[in-house]
Design a protein around this ligand. Structure first.
Ligand code: CP3
Length: 327
């Protein structure tokens, strides 16, 4: 590629008027289960922004719902689980999944690959820890109190839960890969709540089982989390090819921590998109410059696009990254 590739986490979604229009009156989970709608929503940011990759429109809780958990995605809140998992007996509500349980995902991927031509499609899943946090808390949390309490007080239950989640995640990602995605991203969005020691002991083995389980699949594996400055090395060791870095850690510093075997993805602060074009351009140039220290760099934000973002700024940013990185 003559320039640094660029795509955005949450590039499909509420920042786009065409998304808000097509989603009107259709629930989030229901949208994820309609291959034609998924295809249209996934393509919207590719058409508009000319990003170098599409990311499948879905959600991290889609495979959990397919596994039998009663949950909903509530607008403005996020995933809400009707009966949280707190004890051994609750594990029965989380069955293993087969590819047939998520056949709508395979169908969506096939439709998309046919439409996208040379543009790669990125598949994704939530990592066991981040999924567990929703299942144990019952919804989003700022403190992860119940999650951490289970991790410390009931390590056997914890391991059983995260093992089940790792199996579900592996099947979910395999299904996407078999249907034709070109890369996968494992979102451990909330792993930054943990110390390095706890991450290594209680979380890394499960994420590693997912990532290493895909080693023979022949697609790049991206491993991303937020607030992960102290976890970056461990997240690379879990078996990723690319480590996603949030905006808190400069990429030249991150590559020094993670080492020369991993490319990096990131890491413009999504809030910068609200600061006016001169600031956006200047900060994008800084990210590109710091990214040159890494053995490979995929330009992205340090977390997802905020719903209030002006989509024209994203379009302009893509053009700028292409132009500035080709020089
Ligand atoms: O464009 C893309 O990135 C692909 C689509 C995508 C969605 N969710 C669609 C979505 C992806 C990759 C996700 C992953 C996801 N979902 C994560 C990991 C990424 C991250 O942001 O850290 C997490 C933690 C979730 C759980 C979740 N689902 C949250 C926190 C929310 C937001 C709640 C809200 O309304 O603010 C959702 C809902 C969701 N997932 C929306 C979208 C477009 C918004 C729902 C809507 O449009 O009605």
């Amino acid at each position: 590629m003559p320039h640094t590739p660029v795509w955005f986490m949450r590039q499909a979604g509420r920042s786009l008027p065409e998304y808000r229009k097509i989603r009107a009156g259709v629930g989030m989970l229901e949208s994820c289960r309609r291959p034609e709608l998924v295809t249209e929503i996934t393509l919207q940011p590719v058409r508009r922004h000319h990003v170098d990759a599409a990311i499948l429109f879905s959600d991290i809780v889609v495979p959990i719902a397919a596994a039998g958990v009663d949950l909903d995605i509530v607008a403005g809140t996020g995933p809400v689980v009707a009966e949280p998992i707190r004890a051994e007996a609750d594990l029965e509500r989380l069955r293993p999944i087969t590819p047939a349980d998520v056949d709508f995902v395979a169908e969506s991927v096939k439709l998309l690959v046919a439409e996208l031509g040379a543009t790669p499609l990125i598949g994704f899943a939530g990592a066991p820890f981040t999924l567990a946090s929703y299942l144990i808390e019952g919804g989003p949390s700022r403190t992860y109190l119940k999650t951490k309490a289970m991790m410390y007080a009931a390590p056997k239950l914890w391991d059983a839960l995260l093992s089940r989640l790792a199996d579900i995640t592996l099947t979910f990602l395999r299904t996407q890969i078999d249907a034709g995605v070109s890369a996968v991203q494992l979102f451990d969005s909330w792993a930054g709540a943990l110390s390095e020691a706890d991450y290594r002991e209680h979380v890394l083995p499960h994420s590693a089982r997912v990532l290493r389980g895909l080693a023979d699949a022949g697609v790049p594996r991206i491993h991303f989390g937020v607030g992960t400055a102290v976890l970056l090395r461990a997240m690379g060791e879990a078996g990723a090819d690319v480590v996603g870095v949030d905006w808190r850690t400069p990429l030249d510093h991150a590559t020094g921590i993670i080492g020369p075997d991993h490319a990096l993805q990131g890491n413009l602060d999504p809030a910068i998109l609200f600061a006016g074009w001169d600031v956006v351009r200047c900060e994008a140039d800084r990210v590109l410059e710091q990214g040159r220290a890494a053995p490979g760099h995929v330009f992205n934000l340090g977390h997802g696009v905020m719903p209030e973002t002006d989509p024209d700024v994203l379009t302009r940013l893509v053009a700028h990254v292409h132009e500035a990185s080709a020089r």
